[in-house]
Design a protein around this ligand. Structure first.
Ligand code: IVH
Length: 706
């Protein structure tokens, strides 16, 4: 992961820099939210994510007038995914503010006292582990579980009722005498032992292996088929509530006790503390027992015990004033760096990886750490044999923070980055140029398709979820097939000829380790299913540099059919100026992408690979879905501004594009329509000035018939 650019201290930012930075942070946080909440695949550690949010907030506090309508501080998480029916929460599901240092906890307690004008009076707080799972709202009417929903964006979540009903910790029926409406909230999570077993099963079946228990819990709960959830060992801790037609207690502790009486599982480490000292003491106790709990926690949550005080304290934007999450610091350890290994990515990028003497960091054994690129190695001056400080934060790959210089062996020499690729071809390595022509940090193998390492990575990309999404084929299988002497798979087309080469009778595959007759048959069926593919997936799967999913979609939409895209790409490769101009005119396609496409299709070897693949796609390549041309907004340029309350920004944008409109970020004379929500500012004013039509969210929904 690239090291972030040095940051200008918030106090030194000019308004223009602040505005740009807020825009960047909003986009970056939204990307992380989507990855975390929707894809269950976080891109950064919790600590880095929190740092982004904190910086965003600090800038907003200094420049309140620059706060964006889509400010991340007003949002929790990402909108619900498209697969599940949506449930609007009767009471929003909010997030917690974070504390990192002890002083933050002292400040929190002081704020509470000041807000309530309590002077030095004693305030009782509950303290309990912050479970690293996903929160869920369980709604009971007349004592029966009627609905269960994930948090989603805090306002609307996903309906996972059937799935939740399979969790043994969740009672389906509550005892007599409970209030008519009860909403219990808590965390769905997976224990360490169950997680390990599940991954073992997944690995054996060639299915997705989860990165950590949280992702496994999220992936298991959000299954469209509840029977799959039932087979996953999920658990639930109750710790909060939503709508209640009557309150069984007057304190936080009393409420959670009531939940226990009703049959919910509550966390055994929940205590009542009467001072900041007691809170911090409990924090240390929980931290000390962290590794032996059997499930992941990432901090301790403190909540004001008295509910009338909670009520008075209320909320600030996305989190309650009466609670805080005291996070654990990223975990560190020292160990010895045995070696530096070079890994080769799909596009030939060489990534140095530190091979470490295995060491336990926060309960997880770490034996690899990323070193990013040669510049990072030089910056750290890390050498073989060095004792290094390793940090593991959240889910990300462990990092090396520095070298313990006093422990450096006398014979240790500075590391020299290889000038040839470690692949069997030993192709020369080049230093990549950045977009501005400057020397970049990344070194690349120039072997391209001749390089077996790159070929394997390319195959991995080809079968991945957003590309051909072939079930049952993951990293392990690719490795296995790539070097298999009987049934080698060296390029995408080879996958499609596997069955035929296996004489269709599973003779060879069946005898191979880990391949029963059924799993081989299943594999062939999964591959066959992908003989029909959408144009955008195909374009993405080709693995052209700089052509990600969005770019592939733009290309697919613009060219419509494989034949048209292919002809254009070949023409660009041949230096056809007109073809290039046409490609340049496509939304979101620029010089870098065009050059990459040109280079890819200029390579004879690539052309053959593509040709052989397309021959196998006997079910046909589905033309791209054309944006509609017969809707009220087709061909119009639309700007969304202000807060949307019923749709997420992303949803509104996707919907507009589906209906054939173009969504733009700024208002100009070319804008046809502005959809403005509460808090709309300069864009709305500009629209008025230019006489552009302005409607609100409800009118937009009415117009588009959602
Ligand atoms: S209380 C209004 N208690 O942390 C606040 N949350 O960062 C209600 N979490 O969405 C949440 N353990 O997913 C609370 N003991 C605990 C928790 C907990 C984990 C999660 C929960 C929440 C997130 C907020």
């Amino acid at each position: 992961m690239p090291r972030p650019a040095p940051q200008i201290p918030v106090d030194d930012l000019t308004p223009a820099q602040a505005e740009a930075e807020l825009a960047r942070l909003a986009a970056e946080i939204a990307t992380h939210d989507a990855a975390y909440y929707r894809e269950d695949a976080p891109l950064v550690s919790d600590a880095d994510y929190d740092a982004l949010r904190r910086r965003n907030l600090a800038i907003e506090i200094r420049f309140p007038e620059l706060k964006r309508p889509d400010s991340p501080s007003e949002r929790v998480g990402a909108g619900p995914s498209e697969k599940f029916a949506k449930v609007r929460h009767a009471v929003p599901m909010l997030s917690l503010d974070n504390a990192f240092a002890d002083q933050d906890v002292v400040d929190f307690a002081d704020r509470v006292r000041r807000f309530l004008r309590l002077g030095e009076a004693e305030v009782a707080f509950t303290a309990e582990p912050k479970i690293d799972g996903l929160s869920c709202n369980l709604r009971y009417e007349g004592g029966r579980l009627v609905s269960a929903a994930t948090r989603g964006d805090g306002l609307e979540g996903e309906n996972v009722t059937l799935n939740v009903k399979t969790i043994p910790d969740v009672p389906g029926v509550l005892p007599r005498g409970v209030p008519e409406i009860v909403e219990v909230r808590g965390e769905v999570y997976m224990g360490h032992a169950e997680f390990a077993k599940l991954n073992e099963r997944q690995r054996e079946a060639g299915d997705k292996v989860f990165a950590n228990p949280r992702n496994a819990a999220a992936g298991s709960l959000r299954q469209l088929d509840w029977r799959i959830t039932a087979a996953r060992p999920l658990r639930f801790f109750a710790y909060a509530w939503g709508e209640m037609s009557a309150m069984p207690a007057e304190t936080q502790m009393g409420m959670v006790q009531a939940f226990a009486d009703w049959g919910f599982v509550i966390n055994p480490l929940l205590v009542l503390a009467r001072s900041t000292e007691e809170l911090l003491a409990h924090y240390r106790r929980i931290e000390a027992s962290r590794a032996s709990l059997g499930y992941d926690i990432d901090g301790v949550v403190y909540k004001v015990d008295r509910l009338d005080w909670q009520q008075r304290l209320g909320f600030v934007s996305r989190s309650p004033r009466w609670a805080v999450a005291h996070k654990f610091p990223a975990e560190k350890a020292t160990t010895i760096l045995r070696d530096i290994e070079i890994q080769v990515g799909r596009t030939g990028a060489l990534t140095p990886v530190a091979k470490l003497e295995p060491v336990t960091v926060g309960g997880v054994v770490v034996s690899n750490a990323t070193l990013h690129n040669p510049d990072e190695i030089a910056r750290l001056d890390v050498r073989k044999g060095d004792t290094v400080v390793v940090q593991r934060a959240g889910d990300v790959i462990p990092q090396i923070l520095g070298v313990v210089e006093g422990l450096r062996p006398a014979e240790a020499v500075p590391y020299v980055f290889p000038s040839v690729c470690p692949c069997p071809l030993h192709t020369p390595v080049v230093r990549e140029e950045t977009a501005t022509g400057a020397e970049g940090a990344v070194r690349r193998c120039t072997g391209e398709f001749a390089c077996p390492f790159q070929r394997q990575e390319h195959l991995r990309h080809f079968v991945s979820r957003r590309a051909f999404d072939i079930e049952g084929i993951g990293e392990k299988q690719i490795e296995f097939f790539f070097s298999d002497p009987d049934l080698p798979v060296k390029e995408p087309a080879d996958l499609f000829t596997l069955a035929e080469r296996d004489a269709g009778n599973l003779r060879k595959l069946k005898d191979k380790e880990g391949f029963g007759a059924t799993s081989a048959a299943k594999l062939f069926a999964a591959i066959d299913e992908r003989r029909t593919i959408s144009l955008e997936r195909l374009v993405y799967a080709l693995g052209i540099r700089n052509v990600g999913e969005t770019t592939a979609r733009s290309l697919a939409r613009a060219y419509g059919s494989w034949e048209a895209f292919h002809a254009a790409a070949v023409a660009v490769a041949a230096g056809d100026g007109q073809a290039r101009e046409e490609m340049d005119a496509i939304d979101q396609i620029g010089e870098t992408v065009i050059d990459s496409i040109g280079r890819y299709f200029a390579e004879e070897h690539n052309l053959r690979i593509v040709e052989r693949l397309v021959e196998q796609l006997t079910g046909g390549i589905r033309d791209a879905e054309q944006p509609k041309s017969d809707t009220a907004v087709a061909g119009k340029t639309i700007v969304f501004t202000g807060t949307l309350e019923k749709l997420t920004r992303e949803e509104a944008k996707a919907q507009a594009e589906r209906l054939g409109a173009k969504v733009s970020g700024s208002v100009s004379a070319k804008t046809d329509l502005v959809v403005a929500g509460p808090g709309a500012g300069s864009k709305l004013a500009k629209a008025r000035e230019l006489g552009v039509a302005v409607i609100d969210e409800d009118q937009w929904i009415a117009l588009t018939g959602r």
